[in-house]
Design a protein around this ligand. Sequence first.
Ligand code: AMP
Ligand code: ZN
Length: 115
Amino acid sequence: MEDCIFCKIIKKEIPSTIVYEDDSVIAFNDVNPAAPIHILVVPKKHIATLLDVTEEDKELIAHIYEVINQIARERGFAENGFRVITNCGRDSGQEVMHIHFHVLGGKKLGDKIVE
Ligand code: AMP
Ligand code: ZN
C-alpha cells in the first residue's frame, strides 16, 4: 500500500536491518528499540490492524508465530524468554497501520505489561 512505511520497508524502498525474510513475512530491528532485542515481525500482506485479520489470514498468523519461534532460537534469546506485543488502535498507541508483532527481550522486562 502506498504511504505505508512498512510496505516501503518490504519493497526495500526504505532501508532496515532485516533479521529474517521469506515469501510472506519480514522481520527487522525496530529503529527506536525499547529493549536490547526489539524486532518487528511483519506480514508482507498489508493488514492495517488486528481487527482486520480474517479467516483467510489464519495460516499467515500461525506462520508469524513459527517465525518468532525460529528467530528466538536462532538468535539465542529463546531460553531467557521474551515478550510479543501487537498494538491495535488508538488506546494502544499504534503508530504504524500495518499489523506487526513487537518481539522484546535481551533483559528482564518489567513485571507489568502496562503502566
Ligand atoms: P506501533 O506503535 O505498535 O505502531 O509500533 C511502531 C514501531 O515501528 C515503533 O516501535 C517504531 O519505533 C517502529 N518504526 C517506525 N519506523 C520504523 C522504521 N523505518 N524502521 C524500523 N522501525 C520503525
Ligand atoms: Zn503496509
